[in-house]
Design a protein around this ligand. Structure first.
Ligand code: MN
Length: 167
């Protein structure tokens, strides 16, 4: 059983179980966009490996071991999603790519990225250098991050002028 696939299933199972208490083949089939026979096959593997339990009403729930992996994967997913959003990637792509990257990163990389996202989100407004980066992305022009030089700054200088116009 491939690790990434296993983690995606457990993550999907957890999100459905949180809503309705258990998950059925059709829920996962819809969410992960895979055929019901593949889901059934994966459910059997996950049961055998001790990640899920079959319930009498035809649904499955997570074992503690399965839930642990689901929560860890979700945490990585959310962090990577935020990281990609910070970089300016749109929501849909950020979500899809977070799901691809989440399985293969070294814990050291994860730790550093987590702290990076936390650091950026400490402040409510977008950091100046990140606004400069967005400008760089769009125009290719690099702006030195220097508040005393704001008048000449095409990002922050223009914004100041705009504020004045609004008054
Ligand atoms: Mn994934």
């Amino acid at each position: 059983m491939e690790t990434g696939r296993k983690e995606d299933y457990l993550e999907a199972l957890d999100s459905i179980i949180e809503k309705k208490g258990y998950a059925q083949v059709r829920d996962i089939s819809k969410l992960l966009k895979v055929g019901p026979s593949s889901v059934t096959e994966m459910f059997q593997k996950l049961t055998k490996a001790g990640y899920i339990n079959y319930e009498k009403y035809g649904g499955v729930t997570l074992t503690p071991k399965g839930r642990k992996i689901a929560k860890e994967t979700k945490k990585k997913h959310d962090m990577l999603f935020h990281f990609l959003m910070i970089l300016g990637i749109n929501e849909k792509i950020a979500d899809e790519d977070a799901c691809k990257i989440e399985h293969d990163l070294n814990p050291k990389t994860l730790d550093r990225l987590t702290k990076f996202v936390e650091f950026i989100e400490k402040k409510e407004e977008i950091p100046r250098w990140l606004e400069h980066f967005n400008y760089f992305f769009e125009t290719g022009d690099y702006i030195e991050c220097n508040p005393s030089n704001d008048d000449k700054c095409p990002v922050h200088g223009i914004r100041k002028k705009r504020k004045k116009v609004n008054k």
